[in-house]
Design a protein around this ligand. Structure first.
Ligand SMILES: Cc1cc2nc3c(=O)[nH]c(=O)nc-3n(C[C@H](O)[C@H](O)[C@H](O)COP(=O)(O)OP(=O)(O)OC[C@H]3O[C@@H](n4cnc5c(N)ncnc54)[C@H](O)[C@@H]3O)c2cc1C
Length: 481
């Protein structure tokens, strides 16, 4: 059985490619979520010498939650957050906006990795998402958060059986999970590619990620946090009372530091051993007109992902566009991350072709935005936590493509570790143990490429995992997006 995403090399494939090329021809190389007139004004760069009780590095969800939670713990604390670019510049402003209650990169993955702790991990994940929803409500953050669940669809025959297992697993943990056959899932969202689906209700949902980040930044400031944008941390110096955080034009003598720099070159160089920056790409369409929207059905407008190793994720926006991303996960030699990699013609074209195959009745719809973002994969697909410099610096990085909600949990763990608190969170194996590191270059690149090809081959051959993937599975390692 051939994966349906591999087009036949014939005339119709050439036509499909040309149409996809046309569909993305005018797409702006910009992130839809942050390309808006209501983007907040830039905050000033930090210059000169300052002091703080807590310095937070990174203006994504991890950093923002760390700043907010620290202030909620101790309203008198002097908390300063520094961001190299703008709030939501990183993954937090570029993602699909799926909010998951999973801390373990999904239930199946968590169950295979931490079977004894899974009941606790599931409960903590649900509490984490409930706390996000509560904060959004309490602070009046206008981020379109909807706990609408999601649908996972099978687009190849072997995935149908996998979905039956997934539905059963969710039900075993008390989730509302309905297994749908092809007719039922297509009746909900109109795509001829669907062979089955699992509709999860009340399990996660969707958010407008940039508005969430902007809202959290405003909340942090209302609690007394100082935020500096355009302020890159360049290193740390020791001091008798804490750590001196060096920035391009200034310095902050901090008692403690939280690092939430995700997949970007970390200010603590050693984190590079564990973090693989993987680029993930996204397209957004123009708003659909009423006739197109009716043809699509999708009454509850929940997020959809397909079930391959190389998977797509897609959703509607508030103004009836479709965001369509995923599939390729691209690693560059030497952990390279820079803005020139935010665009990748081959991947954007492939996504446009896959979109047309998924929604042939939307033929002619054009894309207005195209971008890429960088995901921090670990070998075990969940974040790593730790401290250094006599517990003055803590880090929470490595969410592996599922950090919109889990980053709040990560921030809490980082604060627990700084405070030396023994909590249910810090007792978790997932927190206490580090993942296996990735091999160093020049080995890292070929190993990742080999794994990527092996995953694609498994998708194309009924999900059968070849010897390389079976070996990695035996050691419980891999990479993901
Ligand atoms: C395309 C894409 C789609 C995704 N889709 C989803 C999804 O649908 N659901 C989901 O749960 N997750 C998704 N993710 C993952 C999710 O977005 C991340 O896990 C989450 O946003 C991580 O937040 P963060 O704060 O740790 O990192 P980021 O948001 O990346 O923030 C890190 C910040 O640190 C700053 N920084 C870096 N170095 C320095 C320095 N030296 N000094 C100062 N600042 C620095 C960066 O500029 C950046 O703003 C996706 C990611 C991508 C890229």
């Amino acid at each position: 059985m051939t994966n349906w995403y591999v087009p036949a090399r014939n005339g119709s494939a050439t036509t499909a490619r040309a149409r996809a090329q046309q569909a993305i021809a005018d797409a702006a190389p910009l992130v839809f979520w942050t390309d808006r007139p209501d983007r907040p004004q830039p905050r000033p760069r930090l210059t000169g010498a300052h002091t703080a009780d807590l310095v937070v590095i990174g203006g994504g969800f991890t950093g923002l939650w760390a700043a907010i939670l620290a202030k909620q713990d101790d309203p008198a604390a002097n908390v300063v957050l520094v961001e190299a670019e703008r709030i939501a510049f990183g993954a937090s402003g570029r993602n699909g906006g799926f909010v998951a209650d999973s801390l373990t990169h999904g239930l199946s993955h968590g169950t295979s990795r931490w079977p004894e702790e899974m009941a606790t991990l599931v409960r903590l994940g649900r509490e984490n998402l409930a706390a996000i929803a509560e904060a959004v409500e309490r602070f009046g953050i206008d981020a379109g958060l909807r706990l609408c669940g999601k649908t996972t669809v099978a687009v190849a025959p072997h995935q149908v059986a996998e979905l039956a297992g997934l539905a059963e697993l969710h039900r075993a943990y008390g989730d509302d999970a309905a297994l749908l056959d092809a007719e039922e899932v297509r009746a909900d969202v109109a795509s001829p590619t669907y062979l089955a689906g699992v509709r999860l209700r009340g399990v996660g949902g969707l958010v407008d990620p940039a508005r969430l980040a902007w809202g959290l930044a405003a909340v942090a400031e209302s609690l007394g946090v100082t935020i500096h944008e355009d302020t890159r941390v360049t290193g740390f110096d020791r001091s008798r009372t804490g750590v001196v955080v060096r920035t391009a034009d200034g310095r902050i003598s901090g008692r403690q530091v939280v690092i939430g720099t995700n997949a970007y070159p970390p200010p603590l160089r050693r984190l590079r051993h564990w973090i693989l920056p993987v680029h993930d790409y996204v397209l957004v369409t123009e708003p659909l007109d009423d006739a197109q929207r009716t043809r699509l059905r999708w009454p509850e407008a929940q997020g959809v992902t397909d079930a391959g190793n190389q998977f797509h994720y897609y959703r509607l926006t508030d103004d009836n566009r479709i965001l369509f991303g995923g599939y390729d996960a691209i690693y560059r030699f030497g952990n390279r991350v820079d803005s020139t990699l935010d665009q990748r013609d081959a991947t954007h074209l492939l996504l446009a072709q896959h979109f047309a195959e998924t929604f042939p009745h939307l033929d002619g719809v054009r894309f207005t935005h195209r971008w890429g973002g960088v995901i921090d994969s670990t070998t075990r697909f969940t974040p790593m936590f730790g401290t250094t410099r006599d517990r003055r610096i803590a880090y929470a990085v490595g969410y592996t493509g599922l950090g919109v909600a889990a980053s709040r949990f990560g921030a809490q763990v980082a604060l627990d570790l700084l405070a030396g608190r023994d909590t249910e969170r810090t007792r978790l194996q997932m927190v206490r143990r580090r993942p296996v590191p990735f091999p160093p270059e020049p080995l890292r690149y070929p190993v990742v490429e080999m794994t990527r090809r092996a995953l694609a081959a498994a998708d194309a051959h009924d999900g059968r995992r070849g010897p390389w993937l079976r070996l990695l599975d035996r050691f419980g390692v891999g990479f993901n997006s």
